[in-house]
Ligand binder design. Structure first.
Ligand code: AMP
Ligand code: ZN
Length: 136
């Protein structure tokens, strides 16, 4: 299941060339063209799912297992000091390509990559509201 208008469908299925680090029947792992750090890679499923809301559980599980394998292998190759695994969903969360993908971002001591957020403080009101709504 591909979307004819989706660039990541075309890359994942080899219609557009990419710097491919890994490929199997269901996934392609490529180097990001706008890397946050050296070695920034993307895991792309070959089927089209817009985001985490759409992807089926089996494929999502396999994507994370693949992330674990790639992170282990690339840490050796790149000699990095850690990894961020990032996955954006919907425009509000910074998603710009609407084909599910996972970012594998190698981190190097003092790389000044700037990835992160300003920590807030969990309020009692938010905590109680969320827990109460989850319990239904
Ligand atoms: P996101 O903001 O989570 O949707 O991430 C999209 C990512 O795709 C960005 O990090 C882009 O640099 C990357 N990107 C966009 N087009 C291409 C492309 N043709 N090949 C490789 N990476 C791409
Ligand atoms: Zn697609």
């Amino acid at each position: 299941m591909q979307d004819n208008n989706c660039i990541f469908c075309k890359i994942a299925n080899g219609e557009i060339p990419s710097a491919t680090l890994y490929e199997d029947d269901e996934f392609r792992v490529i180097l990001d063209l706008g890397p946050a750090t050296k070695g920034h890679a993307l895991i792309l499923p070959k089927n089209h799912y817009a985001d985490l809301y759409e992807i089926d559980e089996g494929t999502a599980a396999k994507a994370f297992v693949l992330a674990k394998k790639m992170v282990a292998r690339l840490t050796d190759i790149l000699g990095c000091d850690g990894y961020n695994v990032v996955q954006n969903n919907k425009e509000a969360a910074g998603q710009t390509v609407f084909h599910f993908h996972m970012h594998l971002i190698p981190r190097y001591k003092d790389d000044k990559c700037g990835f992160g957020w300003k920590m807030g403080k969990l309020s009692d009101k938010d905590k109680e509201e969320i827990l109460a709504k989850l319990k239904g």
